[in-house]
Design a protein around this ligand. Structure first.
Ligand code: NDP
Length: 329
C-alpha cells in the first residue's frame, strides 16, 4: 500500500510513520503548508516527495491511501479531495468541527466504495480489548456504570493550537473527550443518548476549555462519568466498568503506548486479565490494510468517528448551556 501523509504533524512523526512502515506500507509523499518545513520533515523521515499542494499529492494515482493528521478544521476538505481522487482515508479524530461535516466526509467515501477509518488508537490497545471481551463475556454481569479518567498534562510541545485556537478545533473536548466517547462505545457497544457537563479553563486553555467533566446516559440504563483535562500533572488515567457481578479496573491505559493493566474483581476475588502488549497504531494500520484488501473492517470506521464527535459536541453544548443535551449521531 502506497500512502500519502496529509499534514506534517507530531502524531505522524511520533507514531504513524513507524506504524505504517511496520505494517508493510510505503510512504510516498507528505503534504503540508510550508515548503521549507515540509521539505525538512520529509528529509528527517525518509519520505521521497514533499508537496505544499494537496492536488499534487493526490494526482496520478501514486498514493492509494492517505493519512490525514492536519489541524482539525482542515480534515473535511482534505478528506473530500482524497475521496474524489479515489484514495482510501485514515483520518485523525475529531473527524471535523461539526457532525454534519463528518457525515459528509464519511458519506462521500461510502458512496465511492472507499475505506474510511478514524484513528481512535485506544480501541486497538490490548487492555481495551480485554475490557471489551470481559464485558461481552458477561464477566461483570449487567453493566451499571463506567468511569473514565483521562485528565493528563499536555506536554509543552503540544501546547499550540490545542489550547488557544477554537478555529483550528482546539480544546480538550475535541481532543480527548472524543477518544473517551469511542472507548466507551467500544467497550459497551452502545452510544450515549444524553449528556450533562461542566467545562472550564484551569490554567492552560486560553479561549477554549482545558478541563471537562460529564455524565452520559446509555440506552441500556448504564451511567458513564468522564473526566478529561490538559492540566493534571500527577493524575493517573483509567477506565472502570462496574456491573452486577463484578468490576473491571483498567489502570494507566488511556495512553498512546502499550501500557497499563486490567483487573477483574468478583465474589471469587481479584484477577489480572491477560493483555499481552502490542503497538496500538500498528494494529490500526494493519486492520486498515486488511479492510482495503476486502477483509473485515477498520478498527474504528467513519461511523465510529461520527459518533465520537457527536458525543463530544453534545458534551460541549451541555457545558455551554448547563442543559442536558441529546447526542445526535
Ligand atoms: P501538530 O500541531 O503537530 O500538526 C498539525 C499541523 O500543524 C501540521 O499539519 C502543520 O500544518 C502544522 N504545524 C505543525 N508544526 C508546525 C510548525 N512548527 N510550524 C508551522 N506549522 C506547523 O498536530 P498533532 O500531531 O498534535 O495533531 C494532528 C492531528 O492528529 C489532530 O487532528 C489531532 O487531534 C490528532 N491527534 C491524534 C492522536 C491519536 O492518538 N489518535 C494523537 C495526537 C493528535 P500543515 O500540514 O498545513 O503544514
Amino acid at each position: 500500500m502506497r500512502w500519502g501523509l496529509i499534514g506534517a504533524s507530531t502524531i505522524a512523526a511520533e507514531h504513524m510513520i513507524a506504524a505504517i512502515r511496520s505494517e508493510g506500507g510505503e510512504i510516498a509523499c507528505v503534504q503540508g503548508g510550508d515548503a521549507d518545513r515540509i521539505g525538512a520533515y520529509a528529509g528527517r523521515h525518509g519520505i521521497p516527495r514533499a508537496e505544499t499542494d494537496l492536488d499534487a499529492l493526490l494526482k496520478g494515482g501514486e498514493v492509494q491511501a492517505v493519512y490525514i493528521s492536519s489541524t482539525n478544521e482542515k480534515h473535511r476538505a482534505q478528506a473530500l479531495a482524497a475521496v474524489a481522487a479515489g484514495c482510501h482515508v485514515l483520518c485523525e479524530k475529531p473527524l471535523a468541527l461539526t457532525v454534519a461535516e463528518a457525515r459528509e466526509m464519511v458519506g462521500a467515501a461510502e458512496a465511492a466504495g472507499l475505506v474510511f477509518a478514524t484513528n481512535h488508537h485506544l480501541r486497538n490497545a490490548a487492555t481495551h480489548l480485554a475490557l471489551r471481551d470481559a464485558v461481552k463475556a458477561g464477566r461483570v454481569g449487567r453493566v451499571l456504570s463506567v468511569r473514565v479518567f483521562h485528565a493528563v498534562h499536555l506536554p509543552p510541545h503540544l501546547q499550540g493550537w490545542r489550547i488557544d485556537d477554537p478555529a483550528a478545533g482546539g480544546g480538550v473536548i475535541p481532543d480527548i473527550t472524543v477518544h473517551d466517547a469511542d472507548t466507551v462505545r467500544h467497550i459497551l457497544d452502545e452510544t450515549p443518548e444524553t449528556v450533562v457537563a461542566m467545562a472550564g479553563e484551569s490554567g492552560m486553555g486560553r479561549g477554549v476549555e482545558d478541563s471537562v467533566m460529564s455524565v452520559w446516559s446509555m440506552p441500556s440504563g448504564a451511567m458513564v462519568m468522564a473526566h478529561e483535562s490538559f492540566t493534571h500533572r500527577f493524575a493517573e488515567t483509567g477506565v472502570e466498568v462496574h456491573g452486577t457481578d463484578g468490576s473491571l479496573y483498567g489502570r494507566g491505559i488511556m495512553t498512546q503506548r502499550p501500557l497499563g493493566t486490567v483487573e477483574l474483581v468478583t465474589a471469587e476475588g481479584r484477577e489480572t486479565l491477560p493483555a499481552p502488549p502490542h503497538d496500538l497504531y500498528a494494529r490500526g494500520v494493519r486492520l486498515f490494510h486488511e479492510a482495503v484488501a476486502g477483509r473485515g473492517r477498520p478498527a474504528a470506521d467513519g461511523r465510529d468517528g461520527i459518533a465520537s464527535l457527536a458525543v463530544a459536541l453534545a458534551v460541549r453544548e451541555a457545558a455551554r448551556t448547563g442543559r442536558r443535551v441529546a447526542v445526535e449521531v
